[in-house]
Design a protein around this ligand. Sequence first.
Ligand code: NAG
Ligand code: NAG
Ligand code: NAG
Length: 201
Amino acid sequence: MSRGGTIVSWGVSVLFLLVPLMGARPSAAGIPPRNETARVARYVAHMCDWGALATISSHDPVRGQPFANVFSVSDGPRGRSSGVIYFYLTTMEISVQDLQLNANASLTMSLAQTPYCRQEHYDPQSPLCAHIIISGGIQQVDATETDTAKMALFSRHPEMASWPRDHDWFFAKLNITNIWVLDYFGGIKTVTPEEYYQAKP
Ligand SMILES: *[C@@H]1O[C@H](CO)[C@@H](O)[C@H](O)[C@H]1NC(C)=O
Ligand SMILES: *[C@@H]1O[C@H](CO)[C@@H](O)[C@H](O)[C@H]1NC(C)=O
Ligand SMILES: *[C@@H]1O[C@H](CO)[C@@H](O)[C@H](O)[C@H]1NC(C)=O
């Protein structure tokens, strides 16, 4: 009897141990409900520290063809999402040279770069591993927005503060025209820039 009682109470304490652990899974708890697509888009944009940016190449032998490259991004310090995707760029960079000829670009960001997809065992290509594609023009921010862009980027990419000064770094942002969201089966969804900026991540 006493032996059985011990097993039961051990089982109960394991349950008590597990429940708080499951509740604490930050990513699963944090992603907005998938029927709120604009919020999902804002969530992915805020959680990601980098994305792959596709430009129209201005360089041989792929001139005129798509060219994808990694960029560090931020839409605000952690917990202070603005939705505005900021970049820290130099014209010495090959993709930025493309943007000087054609500022139109497409940026993709995925929760594959956060613990979420690994915890849930979602392959990066699975729609369940939420990802977004944002297109628009990349433009230098004006003087009134420089401090905001700097705070957004340097708070999440502290190393940027020590990048070589002679590279003439400047702050830029994506002027968003279209947003696509893949977070579930049944096809890609779209969100307008207005819905995106109004949503709370
Ligand atoms: C999403 O679903 C939840 C629960 O069913 C509901 O309360 C909420 O209003 C829905 N949101 C939208 C944007 O449809
Ligand atoms: C950039 O995209 C805009 C909006 O889609 C389009 O009107 C414009 O022609 C594009 N510019 C170039 C250089 O392709
Ligand atoms: C942002 O893009 C839209 C659509 O391509 C364009 O009409 C608008 O002028 C752009 N905004 C700025 C500030 O360049």
